[in-house]
Unconditional design. Sequence first.
Lengths: 545, 110, 113
Amino acid sequence: MRPDFKPEGPRQAMSWLHTWSGLILGWLLFAIFLTGTLSFFHQEITAWMKPELHRSVPPPDPAQQARIAVDYLQKRYPDAGSWTIQLPNERSNVTVVTVRGQDEDPRARRGGTRITLDSATGEPLASRDTRGGAFLFRFHFELYGLPRIWARWIVGGATLFMFVAIISGIITHKKIFADFFTFRPGKGQRSWMDAHNATAVLALPFHIMITFSGLLLLMFTIMPWGVNQVYQNRLQFLQDQARTVAPVSQDSGRGGARRAAGAPARLADLGAIVADAGRAWQGAPIGSISVIAPNTARAQVEVRALHGTSVAARFSYPILRYDGLTGARLPEHAAAPSPPAAVAVYNALITLHEGRGVDIALRWLLFLSGIVGSAMVASGLVLWCVKRLPQQQKRGAKSFGYRFVEAANAAAIAGLAIACAAFFYANRLLPADMAGRADYEIHAFFIAWLAALAYACVRPARQAWLGLLATAGAAYAVLPVLNPLTGGRALWDSIVLGQWAIASFDLACMAFAVLFAFIFCKLRRHGGIAARKDARGGMLAEEAA
Amino acid sequence: MRLFILVWCACALGFMSLAVSMHRHQEQVFGKCLDRVRSRIAAAAGWLFLFLGLALCVRAGAPSNMISYWAGVLTLAALVVGLCLAYRARQLPALAAIAAIVAIAAASVS
Amino acid sequence: MTNALRTSAGTRPAAPAHTAAGGLALRYRLAVLYRFALALAGGYACASVTAMAIAAAFASHRASAAAGATLAAFLVHATAFIWVFMAHSAAKATAGMAAYGLAIWALFLYAGA
């Protein structure tokens, strides 16, 4: 929109819209994007944040893992209504068993008693009280400290702005194919523009997917009118959605109906069942085993695969059922028909967004794309400042608006990295038996963020960035060292023992430390803010961000 | 891992071919512009390699998952090719050779 | 700022872009605020009615209707947002949005019947 109200072409209009829809909530968007990206690995983050669980080294054979878990359950909960055993896998090095009473629904998502076991010895493990990766995950769509509905509306609004920024960015980007590989380093504003373009275009399908699916995930709060038109409530819609991918089954066993206790009977060998399932699935990893009515004549065993059938079929996992007494595999239900198109699209988008049931390779690719996306938002914010630097320098003193954006950029981008580091440091440095430590870890996160903001406000922009980058780099470099010093499994051990959940956290910390160090060195080498005149007497500014 | 290597190499070769079908990048890599025929062949080869990568993906699992996987690998391949063009443009042919050799090696290891 | 009496659209003279103090004119700021408000609120209204209309139109296929309606609704809101800022004047933007809103509302009433 031009200040003189003259009409302008679509590209100019979209350029203006892109700048402002991106900037207004840009800092919030960066926080959402980065914490969301980290949330792809929220399980691994939680694993690292519970060092008491690092001692568990799973035996390689899933059948043995199952037997160890069953031994524990037989000793302590032989009369349970149902057992659920989550085997260790590429994302978790412990076994988690859930025990439910006689009249609890064995397939309910909540409830029951959860016990974490050492996968090798079968002994229960207690861990420190921490929100773990779940804090970052919740923060990224519900923020913190706000009433839930408000937070969802704010995040929803930010997501809409992001979606508009993406669309307007595409419209305004003239030579999207010709400029696909264009990156000209060392040329100030042009380099930042190239970086912003590159990070946007190279992962464009991801950006579109993650933003649009973000809106969909909030739909029950911000756009329930479609669902409400045809359903009484969201639960009905979710049930219908599940029904479109559920295999045709005679005995659903749902509803938590009281199951009459059968006569006592010997439970089949779960190890053999697990081995059979492994063969049937040709080595695809097993996620969990449910034993319904164990040690009775009505015992049934359900083995569920770790990875979902397809992102278009939400919550649908390959399942094999076995007779609990003989261990014989029961005939498989007829495969579910593919969901209808609209439901499939909806499913695929939200399942990809959450990374639900996807294998580790796709998860890393989603994470990488998220990092690229975070870099896109960050480079856009910095570009705004770099672009306006010449005219700010002409004025003499920087305007309040410009100074605000400068400080907010440093605090939102580098400051958030420091805040996450503080969260992890608090996890290890606060005493394990301290009351309310989970909350104090979160307080450390926000205190560090505020400190970064204060620092960015009082220091000139370049010094602020240098200081914050150095702090972030140092913080992440030391974390893998702090890990074994505070009761965790050291990196070289976790790699050798195959505890990849823990190892990848340490490796990622090192990678981020290198990244921050690299940016720090680049910034320091580029010198201060120098203005020079070009041949025509106009003003140019050296890269100064 | 093997699938990833094959798909990444296919996508990287695809992007490298597409890059050298453009005058701007031809000058970066070869120091001169190529003629139109060569540019067209490079572009065609580029698209072919990219779709080869897609075909490899879709054969390997559920289509919705594997298309997403392909898109992810495209990003990683484009990043590497872009950085190579920005900082080491002259070495692009060498990178292409390495990608081709690694791909053939990965394909033969069954 | 020169006083151009005829813009390319030939509608009205160019407004002074800056105040005497050098800041942006209040009229401009209000115009920007209006467009954002229209894009947000008007767009949301159009999107909601679209959701209801599509869901009502396909009510027999419940899950598809709900999913499809919501997918369409968010696309409509985003499109409306873009439209508001592409339109050459606030009046055109408002008129276009109102026209769509009324049309889709009529569709909803027809489909719900």
